[in-house]
Design a protein around this ligand. Structure first.
Ligand code: IVH
Length: 703
């Protein structure tokens, strides 16, 4: 078999060396195409897959790492190509719906949040989800002053001059608000894409992979004259900052944008029921091939803008919109092996190692098999021909086994009952004490004794949403851990001192992949992170069921590390008042509280924490909205609220920095009581807590 198609674990040393040589050549070629010629030949995902394969082989054969190894070369994408633009209003992403049921759930969630009775329609707009790249155009007094890509949603690239070359982007508007940010999608039609590729080929230049890449590559040209020659188009579908409202509805606002001269999507309609939404989805899906440009789903948006305002956002996506994606693309390939990976929390995840296959423009060689029950249910066997599916950004999955293609000697897969780590710790399936159900996930019981879990834990610790240490990624942690240089989080903060004291042999700068400069940069990056926000710190601990959102909630609630730790240590005492107090935090679930309790009940965790805390300064949590009159206050809602739903009231209070509790105690600052309030009201009165009507509460927060 061609070594390029072989699984890393099956390569001989000789094959590995030739693969590393091939990958070094290949990656260098694509780097030139991307950075110098601005004409990438492969998609980012395929490029990433090449680098990942290179790294995997280097990890398996460290001695074979080449002088010109691509992994040593830092700087993936050029971030300095364009200057940065901070979006006045963040550019959000959309949640996804894949099934009819997801759409019905969305509609129900919206209705519940707004508390609109069943017999009253909530209109939504439905429009194609364009597969291009989004851009934001800022007009001041009718003049286009800047244009940016989405970037990470907060900050994008300044591509003003390039955007100005698009015929479909007006440079001046009449009758527009003084400040108007128009948002939409830059894309290329099928016809223009084919013509561009013909021209590229004639000029001896590489062809673009798909219209989206062609649009992105064309927009991100250093020289706007090149962009000007590219046939880019623009659909306006949203807005950012506006000095005065455009309209009262989404449809009305989009009509105004059309009135200013923007192209808006002609397929946009208004639907008044879930059935109408689904009908529209099917109709658009049927038209898909004939539209002349790529779309990958339908976007629904609540039509009334006052509703949108009330619904607000969760994380980075609006509650008032959702993308209903078309069915994911599938491909058939051979499953060569089933590998068991161990996650940070000990979950054993079976991963299918596949004959590489292209699914929707991306080469897939790994797919998740979810868990043991899924393997048994589908009866997946090594050697099987399987159907893999890839939907958007999610990990590819094995969805079907083609039994008639099964080799005669294929045997049922025996899921291991021990962890694949060197300790071979038993791996068990927990029984949920509340439901009595057996968990689908088998977990290594070794916790911090399991070297695989510890390693994953360290990777999580340095990751972007935790300590975010630049230059210390998964690969470096992997190496430092294997070599015993970093065994626990605290070791990261003693690295520089140990290195200077000559305790590390060889010193960092003499290690594979490191030099004087990169070692010094790493030490600087670590120094920078000695001060850490409380929420990040809690998230970095990697407590099960305590992710980014919960960490933020805990940080907001407790404010300081000392207060959080006190509460966390008490959280383990079942039935205690202290535990109840943690449970009382709105949105804190019992599972998370139990996990916190367990984490803080382990002496080795506390010892590791003490060692860590000695090296870092944990910043108190800043109130969400420092200027809000209710920030830092604890509020309880009770009775039948009439002005807003319970969810809405809570979300609003939290966004203003208040803590929302479920029961009244001495710590409660306000009880907001609607009609029919009972025991909570009584208790508040006994304790002398301020009791507010809904109107009084509204007056307070809109002060
Ligand atoms: S609305 C607050 N409408 O999808 C929501 N987005 O997954 C703002 N997109 O970054 C987006 N077609 O690039 C919206 N008709 C459409 C869209 C659309 C494509 C893209 C857009 C956005 C991404 C979110």
């Amino acid at each position: 078999m061609n070594p390029a198609l072989k699984d890393v674990s099956d390569l001989t040393a000789e094959q590995a060396a030739s693969e590393l040589a091939r990958l070094a050549r290949e990656i260098a070629k694509h780097d030139r195409a991307y950075y110098e010629k601005d004409a990438p030949v492969i998609s980012d995902a395929v490029y990433d897959a090449l680098r990942q394969r290179n790294e995997a082989i280097e990890l398996a054969f460290p001695d074979l790492k080449r002088e010109d190894s691509p992994s040593g070369q830092v700087g993936a994408k050029p971030s300095g190509k364009f200057s940065e633009v901070r979006h006045a209003v963040p550019m959000l992403s959309l949640g996804n719906a894949f099934t009819d049921e997801d759409v019905a759930d969305f509609a129900a969630r919206v209705r519940r949040f707004l508390n609109v009775p069943e017999d009253e329609a909530i209109a939504v707009t439905a429009e194609p989800k364009i597969d291009g790249l989004s851009a934001s155009l800022r007009y001041e007094k009718g003049v286009l002053v800047s244009g940016a890509t989405r970037g990470d949603g907060q900050t994008g690239e300044n591509v003003t001059e390039n955007l100005k070359t698009l015929d479909e982007i007006p440079q001046a508007l009449t009758g527009a608000p003084d400040v108007l940010e128009v948002r939409g999608e830059v894309y290329m039609s099928h016809e223009d894409f084919a013509a561009l590729n013909r021209a590229q080929e004639e000029a001896g230049k590489p062809a673009y992979k798909n219209p989206r890449n062609a649009a992105a590559g064309s927009l991100r040209q250093i020289d706007p004259r090149v962009t000007a020659r590219r046939p880019l188009r623009f659909f306006a579908y949203a807005w950012g900052e506006v000095s005065e409202p455009l309209a009262e509805t989404q449809m009305g606002a989009v009509e105004r944008l059309a009135g200013f001269g923007f192209k808006v999507n002609p397929e946009m309609t208004r639907c008044e029921s879930v059935e109408a939404m689904l009908d529209r989805y099917r109709a658009i899906e049927e038209k898909r091939a004939a539209l002349g440009y790529d779309i990958d789903g339908v976007v629904y948006k609540v039509d009334r803008l006052d509703y949108q305002q009330r619904l607000g956002f969760v994380s980075r996506a609006p509650r008032w919109a959702i993308a209903h994606k078309f069915s994911p693309e599938k491909a058939t390939t051979i499953l060569h092996a089933i590998e068991i990976q161990v996650g940070r929390t000990g979950a054993l995840t079976p991963v299918a190692k596949l004959e590489p296959v292209t699914v929707g423009g991306v080469v897939v060689s790994n797919a998740t098999l979810h868990n043991e029950d899924e393997i048994a249910r589908k009866d997946v066997r090594v050697g099987d021909t399987v159907v893999v599916q890839r939907a958007g950004d999610v990990i590819p999955q094995v969805v079907e086994v083609l039994k008639d293609k099964r080799p005669a000697d294929a045997e049922p897969f025996a899921f291991p009952h021990v962890c694949p780590c060197p300790l071979k710790t038993p791996a068990e399936r927990e029984v949920n004490p509340r439901t009595g159900e057996i968990n689908a996930v088998r977990r290594c019981t070794g916790e911090f004794a399991c070297p695989f879990q510890r390693k994953e834990h360290l990777k999580h610790f340095v990751s972007r949403k935790a300590f975010d240490i630049e230059g210390l990624g998964e690969k470096q942690i992997e190496a430092f851990y294997e070599e015993g240089v970093v065994k626990e989080p605290a070791d990261i903060f003693t690295l520089k001192a140990r290195d200077a004291a000559g305790e590390l042999t060889p010193p960092i700068h003499q290690r594979e992949g490191w030099g004087e400069k990169s070692a010094a940069n790493l030490f600087d990056a670590i120094e920078l992170r000695r001060t850490v926000a409380l929420a990040r710190f809690i998230n970095a601990l990697g407590i099960r069921h305590v992710g980014e959102e919960t960490s933020r909630l805990l940080a907001r609630t407790y404010g300081s590390w000392a207060e959080f730790r006190k509460a966390a240590e008490a959280a383990g005492e079942i039935g205690s008042e202290a535990r109840q107090a943690v449970l009382d935090i709105d949105q804190m679930g019992e599972t998370a509280v139990d996990a916190i309790g367990r984490f803080f009940a382990e002496d080795h965790n506390l010892a590791a924490l003490d060692r860590l805390v000695a090296h870092v300064a944990i910043e108190d949590a800043e109130a969400v909205a420092a200027q809000s009159p209710v920030s830092g206050k604890t509020v309880v809602f009770t009775g039948a609220l009439e002005r807003f739903t319970r969810d809405e009231a809570k979300a609003r209070a939290q966004s203003l920095g208040a803590k929302v509790a479920g029961s009244v105690s001495g710590k409660t600052d306000y009880l907001v009581a609607g009609p029919g309030a009972g025991s909570k009201l009584k208790k508040a009165q006994e304790l002398g807590v301020s009791v507010l009507t809904e109107d009084e509460w509204l007056a307070l927060i809109t002060e």
